[in-house]
Design a protein around this ligand. Structure first.
Ligand code: UN1
Length: 504
């Protein structure tokens, strides 16, 4: 069976009509073999503008539906996702080249956020604040914000949508989603799954969720529209530099989830067995194409040689290949351009005197149109050149350190600030790393890798990562607007700050 037939069958099972996924000008390829697996019709600037109007009308109705009732829609979405987990996970694996358990894990992450959001729908808590005036009450309440524009990347083609959509829905917002143009099929599948939840729900307004399969040019309509008060965008720092200021210019809000250049510090007081396993998963899992992938390793001088040689050995045993047929741990890069960028970063490192192990293209004969690579371990003389940037590929740069102070300086001396780890059994070291003068990232871990965060915590990072927070904790507040209410239930009109303003 060709991949195209399998994908079309999967899409049929997921509820996507073949008229949507088998005809159209945007061709979709699987990175597993490079074969075409479908094609979709692209929207236009005009169609996005119509979608914005529809989503705005839906918002006006949805915002007054009680939040726990809105939560019911998200409960049904979670239920439908449970039923579709196998098929959607496999589709994700085929469309972006993930190993089976990571494709399924991504769908599990969607189910988890739905469960979280259902509970949240009864916990959109405000505050009661002590008023300085007698007979007055002050409160702070949270209201729905408006249409939420979701721009997502290829590497988590469905989970990031669900983080945003589940929260946006319970918060009373409607959603317009512009997925990566590399992953329109899994986007269509999500829309079909959501349609089933909407049908069971019964009376949600039309236009509550709009899928915009458009290119950047048409997608800019979302970025510029005052009817889209919040843009949640996941992708490169370069993309964020364009989107952020444009949205700010119209005083819109953003949740930016941009590049990561995540490091692990391996102390001479670490459990090296745990460190090794965690580091290899974070660095080579998902072929280094998570924003949380580990890209830098700072190793204490006393154990550097021993530890780096054990990482090298582990890298040698990692199986690379088509995860659906070759039972491999590492699948392909998303496309040729990712491969070209990886090659360039490795060459730039060699030019700086680094020693590179791995990194070569493999399986070219079997899959001439797919880009499989061995994960690369790059021993740098110092942190410089490509080590300062995010390259979306399985490259792990290593450097030595002698004191934790020095390691922290190196750790924080890059533009991105998403995720970080320290491996140590020493409580002083771990608390230093987690403290105010420690890691400057939005995520800081001890004795686990940089990737694979749970949905219950706020997810996001600082500096060039963009500052946005998604998913758990109180990230929901970004999807709502806050109002401070002061109520006078007395028979007087005292003014705040003791101001007197007496009419004759
Ligand atoms: C991403 O790569 O954009 O923490 C998201 C992780 C996943 C999410 C990654 N839960 O690795």
């Amino acid at each position: 069976m060709t991949m195209k037939i399998e994908v079309q069958e999967l899409l049929g099972k997921l509820g996507v009509p073949s008229s949507l996924s088998g005809t159209g000008s945007l061709k979709v390829f699987t990175p597993l073999t490079g074969e075409e697996i479908g094609s979709v019709e692209k929207g236009t600037l005009d169609s996005v503008n119509v979608q914005i109007e529809k989503a705005h009308d839906a918002f006006l109705k949805w915002r007054v539906v009680p939040a726990p009732r809105r939560g019911e829609l998200v409960r049904l979405l979670g239920d439908e996702l449970r039923k579709s987990k196998e098929d959607l996970g496999r589709l994700v694996s085929i469309e972006v080249g993930k190993v089976a358990s990571e494709g399924l894990g991504e769908v599990q992450e969607m189910i988890d956020i739905c469960d979280f959001a259902v509970g949240l729908s009864r916990q959109l808590y405000g505050l009661t604040i002590a008023s300085e005036r007698p007979g007055h009450k002050m409160t702070e309440v949270w209201h729905p914000l408006g249409v939420t524009g979701v721009i997502s990347a290829f590497n988590f083609p469905v989970a990031v949508w669900s983080w945003n959509t589940a929260l946006a829905f319970v918060c009373g917002n409607s959603v317009i989603w512009k997925p990566s143009d590399k992953t329109p099929l899994s986007a269509l599948a999500c829309a079909a799954i959501l349609d089933r939840a909407l049908e069971r729900f019964g009376d949600a307004p039309n236009g509550l969720h709009e899928l915009a399969l458009v290119d950047r040019h048409a997608g800019a309509a979302l970025v510029d529209s005052p009817k889209v008060p919040l843009i949640s965008a996941t992708g490169s720092t370069a993309m964020g530099r364009q989107v952020g200021p444009r949205v700010a210019e119209r005083f819109g809000r953003t949740i930016l989830e941009l590049g990561g250049n995540n490091a692990g510090i391996v102390s001479d007081q670490a459990d090296l067995d745990i460190a090794l396993r965690a580091i290899v998963f974070s660095a080579v899992g998902t072929t280094g194409q998570r924003c949380t992938s580990m890209r830098r390793l700072l190793v204490h001088d006393a154990i550097y040689d021993e530890f780096v040689s054990s990482v090298k050995k582990a890298y040698g045993t990692v199986t690379v290949g088509n995860p659906l047929t070759d039972n491999s741990l590492v699948g392909p890069l998303i496309d040729k351009s990712a491969y070209v960028q990886m090659k360039k970063a490795l060459q730039d490192s060699r030019d700086l005197g680094a020693t590179v192990t791995g990194g070569e293209r493999v399986l070219e004969d079997k899959y001439p149109d797919a880009y499989y690579v061995r994960p690369a371990l790059v021993e740098m003389k110092e942190q410089a050149g490509p080590m300062l940037e995010e390259t979306f590929a399985p490259i792990l740069y290593t450097v030595r350190y002698t004191s934790l102070q020095e390691a922290l300086l190196t750790h924080n001396a890059v533009g991105a600030g998403l995720s970080s780890s320290i491996f140590t059994l020493n409580i002083r070291e771990s608390e230093m790393f987690l403290g105010a003068a420690g890691s400057d990232c939005g995520i800081a871990n001890v004795n686990i890798g940089t990737s694979g965060a749970e949905i219950g915590g706020a997810f996001g990072g600082e500096k060039e990562t963009g500052g946005g927070r998604e998913s758990g904790s109180d990230s929901w507040k970004a999807y709502m607007r806050r109002a401070t209410n002061t109520i006078n239930y007395s028979t007087e009109l005292p003014l705040a700050q003791g101001v007197s303003f007496e009419l004759d």
